[in-house]
Design a protein around this ligand. Sequence first.
Ligand code: HEM
Length: 411
Amino acid sequence: MPCPALPDGFDFTDPDLLHHRVPLPEYAELRRAEPVRWIAQPHGLAGFDDDGYWAVTRHADVKYVSTHPELFSSYLNTAIIRFNEHIERDAIDAQRLILLNMDPPEHTRVRGIVQRVFTPRAIRALEDALRNRAHRIAQEALAQPGPFDFVTQVACELPLQAIAELIGIPQDDRAKIFDWSNKMISYDDPEYAITEEVGQESATELIAYAMNMAADRKQCPAKDIVTTLVTAEDEGSLASDEFGFFVLMLAVAGNETTRNAITHGMHAFLTHPDQWELYKRERPATAAEEIVRFATPVNSFQRTATQDTELGGQTIKKGDRVGLFYAAANHDPEVFENPDLFDITRDPNPHLGFGGGGPHFCLGKSLAVLEIDLIFNAVADALPNLRLASDPRRLRSAWINGVKELKVSAG
Ligand code: HEM
């Protein structure tokens, strides 16, 4: 049945939409009346091009698509960065090297190699350094004389430091890596005055930096993760350009996402004082997952149908694009009791904020959960009386549910 509440031309990838709000009422209407709906005139997120796409909003359908890669391919179409000739290989080749854009068996091979970075042991080894860093960040925020921006003063740094620690980027190089990462992901928002070209140049520089790192370790192996990734013979290793794109993907996939989870989490706490009091008292281990469900920093990714198939009562044709709206699935009342309630004790919490559970499920989930836990523990210790000083200013983006400024005061 058509969905009368949505006007023709409504598009969930319109950056102006996420700039102002998450379209929860429209998602609710679609889940109820037309859970798989054809959107004919998208605004053009990379990949969601002029051909239109199916908007998938129910939890069960998002999960189904994610776990059936043989029906819904990721090949070259979950793209989150637009490439052009600034990258020294043609655009198709460039996208092929990004894990998110691969299908089995190539995806299985590369994921099998890079997941060595994310073993529980590797993540545990970072914990003390990240805890100290989180406490220092909170103490520095406490020292601010007046209201301060939570995004730049608190939420930004830990995700970047975590990635830098994870792959062993030297301290002296971190500032420029942070600068490239920020430029790469912010060009949808005119306020940053960053052109698409600057974003792409930054991506090219980051890839070149990482490829140099790989070439260096191949010549002079060290006892570090880069050496393991690029030289291991028995278990397979990454070519230098594969390593370059892996670092690029981490800078995007692990940075903006976690920063926004932390910022949204703070906003949710400050607008739900009962939950902040509960957190300060009991520090429930379930809080981080609820923050990711409630905030859903990655609003959507997409797939392409490999053959004609049925989904939610619709016939999807081979080659059709399918948009997975995680934010809609995470508020599905079929799965979550009181889905619009922020409840940090929610358990179980089968949210899809880290993906729908298929082969591309977020590799950095345990690192992200650790970072969120560490930062809120540090903030609750150092800044227990934090207050909102103004409403958040949201990022203009086609796919990230982001906040670029959240003014708070410490006392
Ligand atoms: C994939 C969300 C943090 C690394 C993904 C996907 C989502 C996601 C939705 C796609 C899953 C799919 O297509 O099924 C998030 C959120 C985060 C977060 C919400 C923070 C709250 C991180 C961190 C890292 C990371 C910290 C690493 C440092 C990755 C990688 C992939 C991925 C490598 C691609 C996996 C593949 O294609 O096989 N993430 N992520 N993510 N994420 Fe995360």
